[in-house]
Design a protein around this ligand. Structure first.
Ligand code: CA
Length: 243
């Protein structure tokens, strides 16, 4: 496919699907095609890495358990070469460890197997919408005390050094900081940061991300006080914002 063609059909979105189990791969492929997406479906990590090098994908759906290089390896390679395409991980049931590693490696979201197709579709749409919004946003930094959150470079700089963040973690901070000292609900975060239409969707993804983000912010002076928990409501940004 030529780049021109990819661009002209961008409205439907391009999905890179990496799943070694043929029935799941073929089922998902059909699903996305029927929804007007373009799909490249592959069964192993190395081919996925080669294919994604050309760019042009709006979302990568990445199974973790793959032959050869696994999904976490693919994800790590993608991010290390500066590819910030939204990645949705497919995780095995009960593999909490993989989820944490995946988010740490820069995954935007995960869906545990077995999943419902509507659920998966909603997640993918959300990721695409959010990515399109990000593309339109101007360059930005947020000053918090002696630290600076660089939303383009995905990093927090402070006198103690640099803390690398994922694109999702930056989006969370940006959203919370814009509503500083006010409680922000998980449902609101799912709609506004994840791009889901329905914030009542059952998922732990917000809490898992928040846990990771807080762990990283501990390396920033005062960073452990930036994000507070509001019982029964969600989260609140309490960092000392500078004008
Ligand atoms: Ca698999």
């Amino acid at each position: 496919m030529t780049n021109e063609k990819a661009a002209s059909e961008r409205s439907g979105g391009r999905v890179l699907l990496v799943e070694d189990e043929a029935p799941i791969r073929e089922g998902l492929c059909e699903l996305f095609l029927s929804q007007g997406y373009q799909v490249v479906a592959l069964g192993d990590g190395l081919s996925a890495l080669e294919q994604s090098a050309d760019g042009g994908f709006d979302v990568v759906i990445l199974d973790i358990m793959l032959p050869g290089m696994d999904g976490l390896g693919v994800l790590t390679h993608l991010r290390s070469r500066g590819d910030h395409t939204p990645v949705l991980l497919l995780t095995a049931k009960g593999a909490e460890d993989d989820i944490v590693k995946g988010l740490e490696a820069g995954a935007d979201d995960y869906v545990p197997k077995p999943f419902g197709i509507h659920e998966l579709l909603a997640r993918v749409k959300g990721l695409m919408r959010r990515a399109q919004l990000r593309e339109r946003e101007p360059q930005k930094v947020i000053s918090v005390g002696a630290a600076i959150i660089d939303l383009d470079q995905l990093v927090v700089r402070s006198p103690e050094g640099e803390v690398k963040l994922t694109a999702r973690e930056c989006s969370i901070l940006e959203f919370l900081a814009a509503r500083a000292h006010r409680p922000v609900g998980r449902d609101e975060l799912l709609v506004e940061v994840w791009g889901y239409r329905d914030g009542s969707i059952q998922t732990r993804t917000v809490d898992v991300h928040m846990q990771q983000l807080r762990a990283k912010l501990k390396a920033v002076p005062g960073g452990d006080e930036w994000i507070g928990t509001v019982r029964g409501r969600g989260y609140r940004f309490d960092g000392p914002l500078s004008p």
